[in-house]
Design a protein around this ligand. Structure first.
Ligand code: FE
Length: 195
């Protein structure tokens, strides 16, 4: 089940309007960023079961998926020192930090993509995204590694231009230059305790 809260409902409805009227990804993410900022400032926006860390690996919970899969909204929860390998998204995205901070390293692809399962990457920069801040993902400049280098749980809210959990995406090994396909899926939130 995906949650409904006033802040999330307002956000989802606004994003739905944007993606139906705007087709340029640059304009889409530009319009979504301030709206996501509003969600990040609302402490009641995301129910607790969608903010729960897993000690073994980072969690990705589905908050909303448009009926036509034109966009999806997820929460990503990182325990201390958890990270995501270098990956791509295959669609536009907007990321905002709800709690604590995330460290992101962006990569540039140096090869032309003509060799199957091969990519030569170069790191272009590492920056820290802090609570309340947003960042955008715009293919083809969208390959990154994300880490929680802190000693506290970090939570971010992401919006993507597809059902991100069912998209075939790629993980990159910068040393061997090997590229592997993956489908992330979603974590299932534990049921909230009854009244
Ligand atoms: Fe990512």
């Amino acid at each position: 089940m995906t949650p409904t809260t006033p802040a999330l409902d307002t956000f989802v409805s606004s994003v739905g309007t944007i993606v139906r009227h705007e087709h340029d990804p640059v304009m889409i993410v530009k319009q979504i960023e301030p709206l996501l900022g509003d969600v990040l400032r609302d402490a009641s926006a995301i129910p607790p079961q969608f903010k729960r860390p897993d000690p073994n690996r980072y969690s990705q919970y589905l908050l909303h998926r448009a009926r036509d899969e034109a966009f999806s909204v997820v929460s990503v929860v990182w325990s201390p020192n958890q990270s995501a390998p270098i990956h791509d998204h295959g669609t536009w995205g907007v990321v905002g930090v709800l709690e604590n901070e995330e460290t992101e390293t962006r990569y540039r692809r140096l090869d032309d993509g003509s060799v199957a399962e091969y990519a030569k990457l170069e790191a272009v920069g590492t920056f820290v995204l802090r609570e309340g801040q947003t960042s955008v993902i715009l293919p083809p400049h969208e390959i990154h590694r994300v880490e929680n280098r802190s000693d506290r749980v970090s939570i971010s809210i992401h919006v993507y231009g597809a059902d991100i959990g069912s998209l075939t995406r790629h993980v990159y090994d910068p040393d061997t230059r090997h590229v592997r396909s993956f489908v992330s899926g979603y974590n299932v939130p534990e049921e909230a305790p009854g009244p």
